[in-house]
Design a protein around this ligand. Structure first.
Ligand code: PHE
Ligand code: FE
Length: 289
């Protein structure tokens, strides 16, 4: 699995992997690109090649179109070069960070159209499995959709929503929404189910599992339902939430969440494998070959 802690788990005081000694007050560092070794560039190429092969018919069209423009197959990308292209496309910048950063800082970056990208790359024995987001997850999984103006705007709204949720003591609810959409979201397409969540798109195993395994639940998007639902950080997801199209996602996240947060605070959370009465379990994608 490609999994990582995010948001509600980030501030648990656990030891983080990166080097935080030289970051500024927004946790930004310089990407010391010259320090990557030839072995690390070779590992990046292997990760990229495996994943690029899996993307057709599994990733959403928007992701596939942007990935072709990224030109990052050959070596670990230089974040400042990608930023030049990204800024022209959507006004977003990439900032280098040592690893996981505090919730508020993370959302502040998003709200100001900066996407934090971890600078370290996993070790070779973590090819299939990684405990915290590394540069491959952050870059391969998240950056392509940032080239899409509509999705890029959505992520900025998420950042603003995060700051607001923190002030309403409701960050865990928004974190679940982030998890089940931006990280692990599925979308219907004329060619059947596809993935748009970055945690799926950067994972060698879950990108097929989430679409075709009969094991997990697949449920139509419902923002309040998602915000009640716990999630797994150390295994494939037990439930995926499916959108019809991006407009459904934008419409569902546009309203003021304040009254929802008030209702959620009075309810118990749902286990990650819940299927409530009346909920339809969307069947997996069928492979003919
Ligand atoms: N509408 C949400 C709120 O009122 C903010 C939000 C926007 C969250 C977009 C996610 C995505 O808090
Ligand atoms: Fe991520």
């Amino acid at each position: 699995a490609d999994f990582f802690k995010t948001l509600e788990e980030k501030s648990d005081g656990g030891k983080l992997r990166g080097d935080y000694s030289s970051c500024d007050e927004r946790y930004v560092v310089k990407q010391d690109w010259a320090a990557y070794t030839p072995e690390q560039h070779a590992l990046w190429r292997r990760l990229y090649q495996r994943q690029a092969k899996l993307v057709p018919d599994r990733a959403c069209e928007m992701f596939i179109e942007s990935l072709d423009k990224l030109d990052a197959a050959g070596e670990i990308p230089r974040l400042d070069r990608t930023t030049e292209a990204l800024y022209k496309a959507t006004g977003w910048e990439l900032v280098a960070v040592p690893g996981l950063i505090p919730d508020l800082t993370f959302f502040e970056h998003l709200a100001e159209r900066r996407f934090p990208v971890t600078v370290w790359l996993r070790d070779p024995d973590e090819f299939d499995y990684i405990v915290e987001p590394d540069i491959f997850h952050d870059f391969f999984g998240h950056v392509p959709l940032l080239f899409n103006p509509v999705f890029a705007d959505h992520l900025q709204q998420f950042g603003k929503g995060g700051i607001k949720a923190l002030n309403l003591d409701a960050l865990k609810y928004l974190a679940r929404l982030y998890w089940y959409t931006v990280e692990f979201g599925l979308i219907e397409s004329p060619h059947g189910l596809r993935a748009y969540g970055a945690g799926i798109l950067s994972s060698g195993g879950e990108i097929e599992y989430c679409l075709t395994s009969p094991t997990p639940r697949r449920i139509a998007l419902d923002a309040e339902r998602i915000m009640r639902t716990l999630y797994k950080i150390d295994s494939y997801q037990e439930t995926y939430f499916v959108i019809r199209d991006y407009q459904q996602l934008f419409d569902a996240t546009a309203p003021d969440f304040t009254p929802m947060y008030e209702r959620l605070k009075k309810q118990d959370a749902l286990p990650a494998n819940s299927l409530l009465p009346g909920e339809v379990n969307i069947p997996p994608k069928v492979r003919s070959d």
